[in-house]
Design a protein around this ligand. Structure first.
Ligand code: ARG
Length: 457
């Protein structure tokens, strides 16, 4: 098989190495970016007189014809097509003849592949962004529709204080919001054009990089070819952003898996997002959410894989860098399916308000009693201690805090008044927390309003 770089070689490449070396299997998806970059590069070469107007037209027409073949799914790969760059150039040569050989003047696959990946991502990030918004919309809709539902809030997975279900759900809105902001922020660093860096040291034909960047839609050009051509910080950033997003989704999944158990019985997943068991007919399993939780290993792994590849690389391009793509594409593809699934799970989720209400144990109100004693003039620490005694008294009696009589409270401390039972109310406990960011209905409503404004709803 003759190679585009074959001139120096007397012998064919080992067949296994040919397979080992090739990236066409996974980088062919960047064909549109590759061709877009080449068309702009042809224009740049024309401006510096390397290509005549006629040659440029032939190249651009040829590249568009190759693009059409890819778009139509008719592009015929050859076993010798090592990567997307060589495949496009090979086909271009078949279509337009010798002029194709001028396209690569002053360019290297090194600055080409870095440019392709950035262009590919600039087109792809807005898709992920929309999917993230879909998840956020599902959260906001659900939270707004069920603002009256109370559930136990947990720390250490032990019942802690009553909260609104909507407050719990909205906590994930803000996590995803930060993921979105991170994505927007890193896009500025993706939008930097390495083209013109050539193999490592820069283009020799005086091409106008600024004009090239404008034509390709990049915000800026890179400042140092040795940094820009092999630089994969932007890939690491996306993989981190995705790994952290995935960690958030995994925690949401874990909560919901737990809340959907028979033991908790707080929520029920829609049939459309559940699966059955092949042996136990009664089962309805939350496989959708388990996969969300499970994919975290993979997405975090993709980040670690790239960082490990980058660590210790000697300066400028090394073939190790080809290993950046499969992790990146895998992460992006995973998110593309997963985010709409997560949105679907949330928007079809059924709440069991009674189930949550029956899990509201009296001891979730212990803090209210301590706060009560503070309002009676006791230091909080002392109040905390006395309420601890009330909890013990209730435990000993086998009853709840609401079932202890005023006399029993007063036996613990005279600071407990006749009105002590007034504070032992779940709704009251929630509405007490009206501080911005708290679980009171008005505070959660304010949160939802802010969230809607961010979504332009
Ligand atoms: N397939 C290669 C990659 O993904 C393209 C760049 C090849 N450059 C080279 N000097 N062999 O990194």
């Amino acid at each position: 098989m003759s190679k585009l770089w074959g001139g120096r070689f007397a012998k064919e490449m080992d067949e296994l190495l040919e397979r080992f070396n090739a990236s066409i299997r996974f980088d062919q998806r960047m064909y549109a970016a590759d061709i877009q970059g080449s068309i702009a590069y042809a224009h740049a070469l024309e401006k510096v007189g390397i290509l005549t107007a006629e040659e440029t037209r032939a190249l651009v027409d040829g590249l568009n014809a190759v693009l059409a073949e890819f778009d139509a799914g008719t592009f015929a790969f050859l076993p010798s097509d090592e990567d997307i760059h060589t495949a496009v150039e090979r086909r271009l040569g078949e279509l337009i003849g010798e002029a194709a050989g001028k396209l690569h003047t002053g360019r290297s696959r090194n600055d080409q592949v870095a440019t392709d990946m950035r262009l590919y991502l600039l087109a792809r990030i807005p898709v992920s962004r929309e999917h993230l918004k879909g998840v956020q919309r599902a959260i906001v809709d659900k939270a707004e529709a069920h603002l009256d539902v109370i559930m136990p809030g947990y720390t250490h997975l032990q019942p802690a204080q009553p909260i609104l279900f909507s407050h719990w759900l909205m906590s994930f809105f803000w996590m995803v919001q930060r993921d979105m902001e991170r994505l927007d922020d890193l896009t500025r660093r993706v939008s930097v054009m390495p083209l013109g860096g050539a193999a490592l040291a820069g283009n020799t034909f005086g091409i106008n990089r600024e004009a090239l960047a404008v034509e390709l839609g990049f915000a800026r050009i890179s400042e140092n070819s040795l940094d820009a051509v092999p630089g994969r910080d932007f890939v690491a950033e996306i993989l981190f952003c995705a790994a952290l997003l995935q960690t958030h989704l995994s925690r949401l999944a874990e909560d919901l898996i737990l809340y959907a158990t028979a033991e908790f019985g707080f929520v029920e997943l829609d049939d459309a997002y559940s699966t059955g068991s092949s042996i136990m007919p009664q089962k309805k399993n939350p496989d959708s959410l388990e996969l969300v939780r499970g994919k975290t290993g993979r997405l975090v792994g993709n980040l670690v894989a790239l960082l490990t590849t980058l660590k210790g690389l000697p300066s400028t391009y090394n073939k190790d860098l080809q290993e950046d793509k499969e992790s990146l594409f895998d992460t992006l593809d995973t998110l593309d399916i997963e985010l709409p699934v997560v949105a679907g799970v949330i928007s079809t989720l059924r709440l069991n308000a009674e189930g949550m209400a029956s899990a509201l144990r009296d001891d979730l109100l212990a803090t209210e009693l301590a706060d009560y004693l503070v309002r009676q003039g006791l230091p909080f620490r002392q109040g905390h201690h006395l309420v601890g005694q009330a909890v013990r008294a209730a435990l000993a009696k086998g009853c709840g805090l609401r079932d202890l009589s005023v006399a029993e409270y007063q036996a613990i401390s005279p600071y407990f008044g006749d009105d002590v039972h007034d504070v032992l109310d779940f709704r009251r406990a929630i509405e007490q927390r009206s501080v911005p960011g708290g679980t009171a209905t008005a505070a959660v409503q304010a949160q939802i309003e802010k969230a809607k404004a961010l979504l332009n709803l």
